[in-house]
Design a protein around this ligand. Sequence first.
Ligand code: ADP
Length: 491
Amino acid sequence: MRIAVTSFEVFPFAKTGGLADVTGSLPKQWRAMGHDPIVIMPMHRSIDRAKYNIRSTQKTLFVPMGDTTEFALLLETTIPGTDVPVYLIEHNDYFDRPGIYGNPEGYEDNDKRFIFFSRAVFEVCRALNFSPDIIMANDYHTALVMPFLQLQERRNALFHTTAGIYTIHNMGYQGISSLGNTLYWSGLTRSPYFRTEHIEAYGLANYMKVALFYADRITTVSPGYAHEIAYTEHGHGLNRFVQYRGRDFHGILNGVDYSEWNPETDARIYERYSPQTLRLKTRNKVGLLHEHYGLPAAEAEQDIPLLGMISRLTDQKGIDLVEAVIDAVMRNHDVRFTLLGSGERRHESFFRSLQHRWPGRAFVTIGYNDDLSHKVEAGADIFLMPSKFEPCGLNQMYSLKYGTVPVVRATGGLADTVTEWDPYTGTGNGFVFQPFDAGHFGWAIERALQAYRSPAAWKKIQLNGMLADHSAERSAAQYITLFEEAVEFYR
Ligand code: ADP
């Protein structure tokens, strides 16, 4: 199958979250299965041209915008270690900027940037004479690819039999912007089939909503989250539009790219280990505390449980709960805490001050650091993820693979992947709580610390997680089944 994946961020070129991990790994898997994927993304300023060997294709794109045409250059490379082509759209006005979405607030002209990119995707296919069986759009940034396909491109031979797949990675961000601007720049109203109510919500444009109308199939990143966005407040107002799509809507659990995230092969961690050599994991804790954070070796070598977190510091991730319990946990237990994250300023300053309140026990890095994130996964004993909502969540799956026992709230993909440890049956791979409050979270941490004191039980919990298969191969195969069903309609 010829599959065009469109995304505003793709690992390793540009990443702010799980979206990039998924759009970087699925095409690799599809290629390995014998399919023909290409990736299309913007050429952001932060992308390292030399490192990724990004070259010009010598092709110019002519992209309709409003009543005019804009120009862009088409660059190319491949996903490192594969022959999957990656096409990057170079347009300096829109993409040569310090941040992908904003700096740090969203750019005022994000609507134009998203419309431009979504329109340009078709020009890329034209320039390459690539007739996709599937165009996949991800989240609100590329949502307009779906109505553009159905309303503006369907009659062209190249896209006559192309099915549009829309994947929701997070329903909490829907792409709300000015309706007038969006209708003008997108040209959607030129189609007699388009109705403004398909994109309008409360007088504004809602990009996710319009994709729900025009995609052939809609997916989201876990079965649990699929249920939640159709039937609970996590649908953020779009529930009934999801429900309308009935059987066109599926939850496919994200998979882990084990070529990036595997303690047996991970070159970024201090010492590699496997289920058979689990005792070596502790050298990663010592490495993180001593070599990275400068704790004296004798202290770093003490057997004290290390609670870890890697997270965007936003309310979605349950940071308030962490802030509510962490001082009490530090006071009542002989534990250490480490956090890698960035986000809202009030959360950043809380964790900076936590580090000063608990010298030698709390280790905090505010910022984004791929390398350190691997070291935290390998070094921590317990991983905290008390999210308010979590479409899929990747870090709990990385944690399982690294024998770092997750403590999670039962929501979305967390509920699909982490189960409570049961000492009587020896089943379960972590600790789970349900009501979103500090008391239940604190109690789940207590249970984890109690289990940690029993080495045999702890090892069993770790192995239950490490031996489970959450590979991207599995999820890639599920997408292909769905793609085949979707293209059938146009054949
Ligand atoms: P989300 O996409 O909602 O942020 P996910 O758990 O799906 O959450 O994916 C987050 C991804 O971003 C993971 O790969 C995680 O390791 C990474 N990540 C988050 N914050 C940081 C950070 N400060 N430094 C490095 N990686 C981070």
